[in-house]
Design a protein around this ligand. Structure first.
Ligand SMILES: [Zn+2]
Length: 366
Protein backbone atom coordinates (compact mmCIF):
# COMPACT_ATOMS: atom_id res chain seq x y z
CA UNK A 1 0.00 0.00 0.00
CA UNK A 2 2.77 2.32 0.98
CA UNK A 3 4.65 1.51 -2.22
CA UNK A 4 1.54 2.18 -4.29
CA UNK A 5 1.06 5.46 -2.51
CA UNK A 6 4.66 6.42 -3.20
CA UNK A 7 4.26 5.53 -6.86
CA UNK A 8 1.07 7.56 -7.00
CA UNK A 9 2.89 10.48 -5.37
CA UNK A 10 5.73 10.18 -7.87
CA UNK A 11 3.14 10.37 -10.64
CA UNK A 12 1.68 13.52 -9.09
CA UNK A 13 5.12 15.11 -8.84
CA UNK A 14 5.90 14.33 -12.49
CA UNK A 15 2.54 15.72 -13.52
CA UNK A 16 3.23 18.89 -11.53
CA UNK A 17 6.48 19.53 -13.38
CA UNK A 18 4.67 19.22 -16.72
CA UNK A 19 2.65 22.03 -18.25
CA UNK A 20 -0.87 21.95 -16.77
CA UNK A 21 -3.42 19.98 -18.82
CA UNK A 22 -4.56 22.96 -20.86
CA UNK A 23 -1.35 24.94 -20.31
CA UNK A 24 0.95 26.17 -23.05
CA UNK A 25 2.80 23.66 -25.15
CA UNK A 26 4.82 23.93 -28.32
CA UNK A 27 2.42 24.03 -31.26
CA UNK A 28 4.82 22.40 -33.70
CA UNK A 29 8.30 20.90 -33.66
CA UNK A 30 10.78 21.64 -36.45
CA UNK A 31 13.17 18.74 -36.89
CA UNK A 32 15.81 17.63 -39.38
CA UNK A 33 15.20 14.02 -40.27
CA UNK A 34 13.86 11.48 -42.71
CA UNK A 35 10.29 10.20 -42.41
CA UNK A 36 11.70 6.67 -41.86
CA UNK A 37 9.44 3.66 -41.40
CA UNK A 38 5.90 3.55 -39.97
CA UNK A 39 7.14 3.26 -36.39
CA UNK A 40 9.46 6.27 -36.80
CA UNK A 41 6.77 8.34 -38.54
CA UNK A 42 4.33 7.56 -35.71
CA UNK A 43 6.83 8.84 -33.14
CA UNK A 44 7.41 12.02 -35.18
CA UNK A 45 3.65 12.52 -35.29
CA UNK A 46 3.41 12.01 -31.51
CA UNK A 47 5.78 14.96 -31.00
CA UNK A 48 3.85 16.96 -33.60
CA UNK A 49 6.84 17.27 -35.92
CA UNK A 50 5.99 19.59 -38.80
CA UNK A 51 7.94 18.14 -41.73
CA UNK A 52 10.30 15.33 -42.69
CA UNK A 53 12.48 14.51 -45.65
CA UNK A 54 10.77 12.20 -48.14
CA UNK A 55 13.40 12.04 -50.89
CA UNK A 56 15.64 9.12 -51.84
CA UNK A 57 19.44 9.32 -51.68
CA UNK A 58 19.53 11.16 -55.02
CA UNK A 59 17.02 13.80 -53.80
CA UNK A 60 14.28 12.34 -56.02
CA UNK A 61 10.77 11.78 -54.66
CA UNK A 62 10.16 8.50 -52.84
CA UNK A 63 6.40 7.82 -53.33
CA UNK A 64 6.28 5.39 -50.42
CA UNK A 65 7.78 7.95 -48.03
CA UNK A 66 5.48 10.70 -49.30
CA UNK A 67 2.41 8.49 -48.78
CA UNK A 68 3.63 7.66 -45.25
CA UNK A 69 4.19 11.32 -44.36
CA UNK A 70 0.69 12.23 -45.53
CA UNK A 71 -0.82 9.33 -43.60
CA UNK A 72 0.83 10.59 -40.39
CA UNK A 73 0.02 14.27 -41.01
CA UNK A 74 3.65 15.27 -41.64
CA UNK A 75 4.59 17.64 -44.46
CA UNK A 76 7.08 16.22 -47.02
CA UNK A 77 10.15 18.45 -47.22
CA UNK A 78 13.50 18.75 -48.98
CA UNK A 79 16.71 19.72 -47.20
CA UNK A 80 19.01 22.28 -48.80
CA UNK A 81 22.27 24.04 -48.01
CA UNK A 82 25.17 25.82 -49.74
CA UNK A 83 26.81 22.74 -51.22
CA UNK A 84 28.42 23.87 -54.46
CA UNK A 85 27.28 27.40 -55.22
CA UNK A 86 30.85 28.55 -55.91
CA UNK A 87 34.08 27.45 -54.19
CA UNK A 88 34.53 25.63 -50.89
CA UNK A 89 35.02 28.14 -48.07
CA UNK A 90 38.64 29.06 -47.42
CA UNK A 91 40.06 29.13 -43.89
CA UNK A 92 43.21 30.83 -42.58
CA UNK A 93 46.24 28.48 -42.29
CA UNK A 94 45.75 28.26 -38.48
CA UNK A 95 42.03 27.53 -38.83
CA UNK A 96 42.72 24.92 -41.52
CA UNK A 97 45.31 23.21 -39.32
CA UNK A 98 42.87 23.12 -36.41
CA UNK A 99 40.14 21.73 -38.66
CA UNK A 100 42.48 19.01 -39.95
CA UNK A 101 43.47 18.10 -36.40
CA UNK A 102 39.82 17.79 -35.33
CA UNK A 103 39.21 15.63 -38.41
CA UNK A 104 41.98 13.25 -37.22
CA UNK A 105 43.89 13.85 -40.45
CA UNK A 106 47.23 13.80 -38.63
CA UNK A 107 46.56 10.48 -36.91
CA UNK A 108 48.89 7.55 -37.68
CA UNK A 109 47.40 4.81 -39.90
CA UNK A 110 47.16 2.38 -36.96
CA UNK A 111 44.62 4.68 -35.26
CA UNK A 112 41.65 3.27 -37.15
CA UNK A 113 38.36 1.64 -36.16
CA UNK A 114 37.42 1.75 -32.48
CA UNK A 115 40.85 3.07 -31.46
CA UNK A 116 40.46 5.93 -33.93
CA UNK A 117 36.95 6.71 -32.66
CA UNK A 118 38.22 6.81 -29.08
CA UNK A 119 41.19 8.95 -30.10
CA UNK A 120 38.88 11.42 -31.83
CA UNK A 121 36.54 11.58 -28.84
CA UNK A 122 39.53 12.16 -26.54
CA UNK A 123 40.86 14.91 -28.79
CA UNK A 124 37.48 16.61 -29.01
CA UNK A 125 37.21 16.46 -25.23
CA UNK A 126 40.67 17.92 -24.56
CA UNK A 127 40.02 20.54 -27.24
CA UNK A 128 36.55 21.26 -25.79
CA UNK A 129 35.24 20.93 -29.35
CA UNK A 130 31.64 22.16 -29.59
CA UNK A 131 30.77 20.83 -33.07
CA UNK A 132 29.72 24.05 -34.71
CA UNK A 133 27.95 25.45 -31.66
CA UNK A 134 29.29 28.33 -29.57
CA UNK A 135 32.87 27.52 -28.48
CA UNK A 136 33.80 27.73 -24.83
CA UNK A 137 34.86 31.32 -24.02
CA UNK A 138 38.33 32.01 -25.45
CA UNK A 139 38.58 28.62 -27.19
CA UNK A 140 39.66 28.60 -30.86
CA UNK A 141 37.62 26.20 -32.95
CA UNK A 142 36.75 25.40 -36.56
CA UNK A 143 33.96 23.27 -37.97
CA UNK A 144 35.18 19.80 -38.95
CA UNK A 145 33.47 19.70 -42.35
CA UNK A 146 34.12 21.84 -45.39
CA UNK A 147 31.15 24.09 -46.29
CA UNK A 148 30.36 25.48 -49.74
CA UNK A 149 30.68 29.25 -50.04
CA UNK A 150 27.50 31.30 -50.50
CA UNK A 151 29.02 34.79 -50.54
CA UNK A 152 28.04 37.19 -53.33
CA UNK A 153 25.17 37.63 -55.77
CA UNK A 154 26.35 34.85 -58.10
CA UNK A 155 26.25 32.29 -55.29
CA UNK A 156 22.79 33.58 -54.29
CA UNK A 157 21.47 33.15 -57.84
CA UNK A 158 23.02 29.71 -58.16
CA UNK A 159 21.67 28.57 -54.80
CA UNK A 160 18.17 29.85 -55.58
CA UNK A 161 18.14 28.13 -58.99
CA UNK A 162 19.42 24.87 -57.46
CA UNK A 163 16.74 24.91 -54.78
CA UNK A 164 13.91 25.56 -57.26
CA UNK A 165 15.25 22.77 -59.46
CA UNK A 166 15.06 20.44 -56.48
CA UNK A 167 11.48 21.55 -55.79
CA UNK A 168 10.48 20.98 -59.43
CA UNK A 169 11.82 17.45 -59.15
CA UNK A 170 9.74 16.95 -55.97
CA UNK A 171 6.26 18.32 -56.76
CA UNK A 172 4.67 16.89 -53.58
CA UNK A 173 7.05 18.77 -51.31
CA UNK A 174 5.48 21.58 -49.26
CA UNK A 175 8.40 22.55 -47.00
CA UNK A 176 12.06 23.45 -47.38
CA UNK A 177 14.48 22.86 -44.53
CA UNK A 178 17.70 24.93 -44.77
CA UNK A 179 20.89 24.07 -42.94
CA UNK A 180 24.65 24.79 -42.97
CA UNK A 181 24.30 28.38 -44.15
CA UNK A 182 27.22 29.55 -42.06
CA UNK A 183 30.99 29.72 -42.03
CA UNK A 184 33.34 26.85 -41.21
CA UNK A 185 35.52 29.24 -39.16
CA UNK A 186 32.34 30.86 -37.68
CA UNK A 187 33.30 34.26 -39.13
CA UNK A 188 33.67 34.46 -42.93
CA UNK A 189 35.33 33.10 -46.04
CA UNK A 190 38.94 33.94 -46.96
CA UNK A 191 38.76 33.01 -50.63
CA UNK A 192 40.33 35.81 -52.77
CA UNK A 193 36.97 36.38 -54.58
CA UNK A 194 35.21 36.91 -51.25
CA UNK A 195 37.97 39.16 -49.90
CA UNK A 196 37.61 41.27 -53.07
CA UNK A 197 33.85 41.56 -52.46
CA UNK A 198 34.57 42.50 -48.84
CA UNK A 199 36.99 45.23 -49.91
CA UNK A 200 34.52 46.68 -52.44
CA UNK A 201 31.76 46.65 -49.82
CA UNK A 202 33.91 48.42 -47.23
CA UNK A 203 34.77 51.10 -49.80
CA UNK A 204 31.15 51.52 -50.87
CA UNK A 205 29.99 51.82 -47.26
CA UNK A 206 32.91 54.08 -46.31
CA UNK A 207 33.97 51.69 -43.56
CA UNK A 208 37.41 50.83 -42.21
CA UNK A 209 38.77 47.28 -42.54
CA UNK A 210 38.19 46.23 -38.92
CA UNK A 211 37.17 42.87 -37.51
CA UNK A 212 33.78 44.30 -36.58
CA UNK A 213 33.10 45.60 -40.11
CA UNK A 214 34.28 42.32 -41.66
CA UNK A 215 31.74 40.60 -39.40
CA UNK A 216 29.05 42.96 -40.66
CA UNK A 217 29.88 42.14 -44.28
CA UNK A 218 29.79 38.38 -43.76
CA UNK A 219 26.54 38.67 -41.81
CA UNK A 220 25.05 40.62 -44.75
CA UNK A 221 26.02 37.69 -46.98
CA UNK A 222 24.09 35.23 -44.82
CA UNK A 223 21.05 37.53 -44.82
CA UNK A 224 21.22 37.96 -48.61
CA UNK A 225 21.58 34.22 -49.28
CA UNK A 226 18.55 33.32 -47.16
CA UNK A 227 16.52 36.08 -48.84
CA UNK A 228 17.47 34.82 -52.31
CA UNK A 229 16.43 31.26 -51.43
CA UNK A 230 13.22 32.40 -49.74
CA UNK A 231 12.13 34.65 -52.63
CA UNK A 232 12.85 31.91 -55.17
CA UNK A 233 10.79 29.35 -53.24
CA UNK A 234 7.83 31.72 -52.81
CA UNK A 235 7.94 32.75 -56.49
CA UNK A 236 7.79 29.07 -57.39
CA UNK A 237 5.01 28.20 -54.91
CA UNK A 238 3.95 30.60 -52.12
CA UNK A 239 2.40 27.75 -50.12
CA UNK A 240 5.78 26.09 -49.48
CA UNK A 241 6.98 26.73 -45.91
CA UNK A 242 10.66 27.63 -45.47
CA UNK A 243 12.43 26.91 -42.18
CA UNK A 244 16.06 26.76 -41.09
CA UNK A 245 18.39 26.07 -38.23
CA UNK A 246 21.17 28.66 -38.12
CA UNK A 247 24.38 26.64 -38.16
CA UNK A 248 27.30 26.71 -37.59
CA UNK A 249 27.37 29.56 -35.08
CA UNK A 250 28.26 33.05 -36.38
CA UNK A 251 30.50 34.46 -33.68
CA UNK A 252 30.34 38.18 -34.56
CA UNK A 253 26.57 38.06 -33.85
CA UNK A 254 25.26 34.66 -32.65
CA UNK A 255 21.55 35.67 -32.61
CA UNK A 256 21.06 37.36 -35.99
CA UNK A 257 18.02 35.27 -36.94
CA UNK A 258 15.40 38.02 -36.73
CA UNK A 259 17.00 39.57 -39.84
CA UNK A 260 16.39 36.49 -41.96
CA UNK A 261 13.59 36.10 -44.47
CA UNK A 262 12.19 32.80 -43.25
CA UNK A 263 8.81 31.48 -42.16
CA UNK A 264 10.32 29.70 -39.15
CA UNK A 265 13.84 30.52 -37.98
CA UNK A 266 15.37 28.12 -35.46
CA UNK A 267 18.17 29.62 -33.37
CA UNK A 268 20.23 27.64 -30.89
CA UNK A 269 19.12 28.33 -27.31
CA UNK A 270 20.51 25.12 -25.78
CA UNK A 271 23.36 23.07 -27.28
CA UNK A 272 24.44 19.40 -27.03
CA UNK A 273 26.63 20.39 -24.10
CA UNK A 274 24.78 21.82 -21.12
CA UNK A 275 24.57 25.59 -21.00
CA UNK A 276 23.74 27.59 -17.84
CA UNK A 277 19.98 27.84 -17.57
CA UNK A 278 20.18 31.66 -17.43
CA UNK A 279 21.83 31.61 -20.85
CA UNK A 280 19.08 29.35 -22.27
CA UNK A 281 16.46 31.74 -20.90
CA UNK A 282 18.19 34.85 -22.22
CA UNK A 283 18.61 33.36 -25.71
CA UNK A 284 15.03 32.06 -25.89
CA UNK A 285 13.66 35.45 -24.78
CA UNK A 286 15.79 37.18 -27.41
CA UNK A 287 14.53 34.84 -30.14
CA UNK A 288 10.88 35.35 -29.19
CA UNK A 289 11.17 39.11 -28.68
CA UNK A 290 12.88 39.67 -32.03
CA UNK A 291 10.76 37.42 -34.20
CA UNK A 292 8.71 40.14 -35.97
CA UNK A 293 11.44 42.80 -35.91
CA UNK A 294 12.16 42.63 -39.63
CA UNK A 295 9.54 40.39 -41.25
CA UNK A 296 5.86 40.30 -40.21
CA UNK A 297 5.47 36.66 -41.33
CA UNK A 298 8.51 35.30 -39.46
CA UNK A 299 8.32 33.01 -36.43
CA UNK A 300 11.25 32.82 -34.01
CA UNK A 301 11.87 29.24 -32.93
CA UNK A 302 14.19 28.30 -30.06
CA UNK A 303 16.36 25.29 -30.93
CA UNK A 304 17.36 22.68 -28.35
CA UNK A 305 20.03 20.06 -29.17
CA UNK A 306 20.32 16.58 -27.79
CA UNK A 307 22.73 13.78 -28.75
CA UNK A 308 23.81 11.16 -26.20
CA UNK A 309 27.23 10.77 -27.92
CA UNK A 310 28.00 14.36 -26.83
CA UNK A 311 28.09 13.09 -23.24
CA UNK A 312 31.20 11.02 -24.16
CA UNK A 313 32.90 14.00 -25.78
CA UNK A 314 32.59 16.18 -22.71
CA UNK A 315 31.06 14.43 -19.69
CA UNK A 316 31.44 17.60 -17.59
CA UNK A 317 28.72 19.16 -19.73
CA UNK A 318 26.50 16.11 -20.15
CA UNK A 319 22.77 16.68 -20.38
CA UNK A 320 20.43 14.50 -18.34
CA UNK A 321 16.68 14.12 -18.97
CA UNK A 322 16.22 16.54 -16.04
CA UNK A 323 18.42 19.12 -17.80
CA UNK A 324 16.34 18.73 -20.96
CA UNK A 325 13.15 19.08 -18.97
CA UNK A 326 14.46 22.33 -17.44
CA UNK A 327 15.55 23.67 -20.83
CA UNK A 328 12.19 22.98 -22.45
CA UNK A 329 10.32 24.55 -19.56
CA UNK A 330 12.49 27.66 -19.70
CA UNK A 331 12.04 27.94 -23.48
CA UNK A 332 8.27 27.60 -23.10
CA UNK A 333 8.29 30.24 -20.35
CA UNK A 334 10.00 32.62 -22.78
CA UNK A 335 6.74 32.72 -24.71
CA UNK A 336 7.92 30.50 -27.57
CA UNK A 337 5.09 28.90 -29.55
CA UNK A 338 7.34 26.60 -31.57
CA UNK A 339 10.32 24.40 -30.84
CA UNK A 340 13.12 23.07 -33.02
CA UNK A 341 15.27 20.08 -32.10
CA UNK A 342 18.11 17.93 -33.30
CA UNK A 343 18.65 15.02 -33.12
CA UNK A 344 15.03 13.97 -33.09
CA UNK A 345 16.11 10.36 -33.76
CA UNK A 346 18.14 10.27 -30.52
CA UNK A 347 15.10 11.65 -28.70
CA UNK A 348 12.87 8.95 -30.19
CA UNK A 349 15.45 6.24 -29.36
CA UNK A 350 15.38 6.96 -25.60
CA UNK A 351 11.94 6.43 -23.99
CA UNK A 352 12.80 8.62 -20.98
CA UNK A 353 13.98 11.52 -23.14
CA UNK A 354 11.04 11.04 -25.51
CA UNK A 355 8.62 11.32 -22.56
CA UNK A 356 10.26 14.59 -21.49
CA UNK A 357 9.75 16.12 -24.93
CA UNK A 358 6.25 14.75 -25.32
CA UNK A 359 5.18 16.52 -22.13
CA UNK A 360 5.89 19.87 -23.77
CA UNK A 361 4.59 19.20 -27.26
CA UNK A 362 0.99 19.65 -28.31
CA UNK A 363 -0.93 16.59 -29.43
CA UNK A 364 -1.28 16.26 -33.17
CA UNK A 365 -4.35 18.15 -34.31
CA UNK A 366 -5.58 15.36 -36.58
ZN1 LIG B 1 34.05 32.40 -50.36
Amino acid sequence: MRLRLMLAMAGVLLACSAPAGGGPRFRKVFAFTDIGDDEHAAKLAELNVFAANCCDAANRPDPEKIARAKRFGIVPCVAFGPFCDSHAQVLSPEEARLQAELQSRFDPPEAKGDAGEQGRTDRWRTRHYRLGGEPEPGNAEAYIESIGCFVGTNACAKGAAGLVERLRANPEVKAVCLDYIGYANYRGCRHPDCLRLLKAWLEREGLADTEENRGRFFEEQIVAYYAALYDAVKAYDPSIVVYAHLYPVFLPDPLYGSRLKLDYCAQTCAWYFRWPVEKVRKYAETVVRGQREHWPFAHGVPFVAYGPWANDIDPDFRKTPEDLDRELRVVLESGAEYLSVHEIDSIIADPVVFAVFKKYCASPSR
